[in-house]
Design a protein around this ligand. Structure first.
Ligand code: G6P
Ligand code: MG
Length: 213
């Protein structure tokens, strides 16, 4: 029986992937190389440090620790400019209705995100109150595909992994959910998220009935 749903944030509740992309691209351009939307697929769901490492690998550049920290800080500054302008109009279609249906059916809700900016975004889109537990990048030490973020979410909610369903848009996130031995619904393209138990293109396709496997 499903007792809880765990949601990734970026790409599931809001489309912040475009803002991450623009900010990383700006850093890449400053460092003298281009960064495409296709390259950006590799950063989805991945931690900030790991994202920088992948970016530098794409550019064929090495930086020392201090320069890496400065690069991440600059990127995050630009990213913050974007997310500070967000409001509830950026919540993806069908998300709020589905979360409300979960609440009405006494199914618990947690956030499971790698982002250290998760609270800022949830506040700006006015969705903090939907969550019974919030696990973000300030609480985890292992990045997805490690299952830590989802296992911590289940623990905070007091439910077993086998009673949880994870919603994820990134390959690394789907892998994390499967490693946590949770059911996983992919949000996005079925081609990319083949490891998920089933895939929806958007929450407009989701309903409580689909949780009764
Ligand atoms: C999410 C996004 C990643 C991002 C990571 C860290 O998982 O999908 O693209 O790198 O969070 O986010 P942060 O806001 O802490 O840089
Ligand atoms: Mg995501």
């Amino acid at each position: 029986e499903v007792k809880a749903c765990l949601f990734d944030l970026d790409g599931v509740i809001v489309d912040t992937a475009k803002y991450h992309y623009l900010a990383w691209k700006r850093l890449a351009n400053e460092l003298g190389f281009d960064f495409t939307e296709q390259d950006n697929e590799r950063l989805k769901g991945v931690s900030r440090v790991r994202s920088l490492e992948i970016l530098l690998e794409i550019g064929g550049i090495t930086l020392d620790e201090q320069e890496k920290q400065a690069g991440m800080d600059r990127k995050n500054g630009w990213y913050l400019e974007y997310i500070n302008k967000m409001d509830s109009s950026e919540v993806l279609p069908g998300v709020k209705a589905f979360l409300q249906a979960l609440r009405d059916n006494n199914i618990k809700i947690a956030l499971g995100s790698a982002s250290k900016n998760a609270m800022i975004i949830l506040r700006n889109i006015d969705m903090v109150s939907y969550f019974d537990a919030i696990v973000d990048g300030t609480k985890t030490s292992q990045a997805k595909p490690d299952p830590e973020v989802f296992l911590l979410g289940a623990k905070e909610l007091g439910v077993a992994p086998s009673e949880c369903v994870v919603f994820e848009d990134a390959e690394a996130g789907v892998e994390a959910a499967k490693r946590a031995e949770m059911y996983c619904v992919g949000v996005g393209s079925a081609e990319q998220l083949g490891q998920a138990d089933f895939v929806i293109a958007s929450f407009d396709e989701m309903s409580i009935d689909r949780l009764k496997f």
